[in-house]
Design a protein around this ligand. Structure first.
Ligand code: PGA
Length: 250
C-alpha cells in the first residue's frame, strides 16, 4: 500500500542531544502513537537507537539523514544502510541539498545510496531541488528532471520511495515559492514520476523548504502535495505536530 497521507517528516539535521531528542519524540508519541498519516523523525545518527527504542510502541517512523553506498568497509566516519536498520531506522534521506551542495554529492552517488538503502528494506526519501541561480535562470524543471533521471533508484515503488521537492533557496531562509509555483512543480513531478516508474503517480511528493505552522495548511492543501519535509520547525514538538495536523493528519 502507498504511504498514508499526509506524509510529514522532520529532519533534525545536526541538532539534538539525547535528553532533548527523547523529550521531543516523547511529546509526539503522547499526541498520537498511531498517526492516521505518515509521521516521521530523522534525528542525528547518534540518536537513532534511543529514539527508535522510545518510539517502539508507536507507528511514528525513525530515519537516518544519510547512508553510505557500500555495505561495509574502510569508510571512516560513514554509516551503512544496514547499520541504520540495525539501530532501528526504517527510512533514510538521500540527496539532501546540504549534502549535494555542502559536500559535493552528485546524482550517481545519491542513486547508489538510495539503492543501498532499498536493499536493506529502508524507505528512501529522495530530496531534489534547484539552487537560486538555477531558479532565476528558469532552469528549475530541467534540474528536477535531471535529478530524477540520474538519481531515481532501481526497484523504487510507491511503497519504498518518497520524493521531496526542496528548492535550495527556500531551505532555512523563510522564503518559499508561491503556492502556484509549488502546485505547478508538483504536478509536473507527478507526471515525471508516472513516466519513470510503474505506479509512479502514487509516489508521495513532499514539499520542503521553510515549512512552518503558518504556511503548512496552504501548502499541503495543494492537490499534488502529499506532505512536507520540515527542518527547523520540526525541532519543536508542538510546532511539528501543528504542521502535521495542518496537513490533515490526526
Ligand atoms: P527548513 O529545512 O524547514 O529548515 O527550511 C528543510 C530541510 O532542509 O529539509
Amino acid at each position: 500500500m502507498p504511504l498514508a497521507r499526509p506524509v510529514v517528516l522532520g529532519n533534525w539535521k545536526m541538532n539534538g542531544l539525547k535528553a532533548d531528542g527523547l523529550a521531543l519524540v516523547g511529546r509526539l508519541a503522547a499526541r498520537a502513537a498511531h498517526p492516521s498519516g505518515t509521521l516521521g523523525v530523522f534525528p542525528p545518527a547518534t540518536l537513532i537507537g534511543p529514539v527508535a527504542q522510545r518510539l517502539s510502541a508507536s507507528r511514528i517512523l525513525v530515519g537516518g539523514q544519510d547512508c553510505h553506498q557500500a555495505e561495509s568497509g574502510a569508510y571512516t566516519g560513514s554509516i551503512s544502510a544496514a547499520m541504520l536498520a540495525d539501530a532501528g531506522a526504517t527510512a533514510v534521506l538521500v540527496g539532501h541539498s546540504e549534502r549535494r551542495h555542502g559536500l559535493g554529492e552528485d546524482d550517481a552517488l545519491i542513486k547508489a545510496k538510495a539503492e543501498a538503502a532499498l536493499a536493506q528494506g529502508l524507505l528512501v526519501v529522495l530530496c531534489i531541488g534547484e539552487t537560486e541561480a538555477e531558479y532565476l535562470a528558469g532552469e528549475r524543471d530541467l534540474v528536477l528532471t535531471r535529478q530524477l533521471d540520474h538519481g531515481l533508484p532501481e526497484g523504487a515503488t510507491p511503497e519504498n520511495l518518497v520524493v521531496a521537492y526542496e528548492p535550495v533557496w527556500a531551505i532555512g531562509t523563510g522564503r518559499t515559492p508561491s503556492l502556484d509555483e509549488i502546485s505547478e512543480t508538483h504536478s509536473r513531478l507527478r507526471g515525471l514520476m508516472a513516466e519513470r516508474l510503474t505506479g509512479g503517480a502514487e509516489v508521495a511528493l513532499l514539499y520542503g523548504g521553510s515549512v512552518k505552522a503558518e504556511n503548512a495548511a496552504d501548502i499541503m492543501s495543494l492537490e499534488a502535495v502529499d506532505g512536507a519535509l520540515v527542518g527547523g520547525a520540526s525541532l519543536d514538538a508542538d510546532g511539528f505536530w501543528s504542521i502535521y495536523t495542518a496537513g490533515g493528519g490526526a
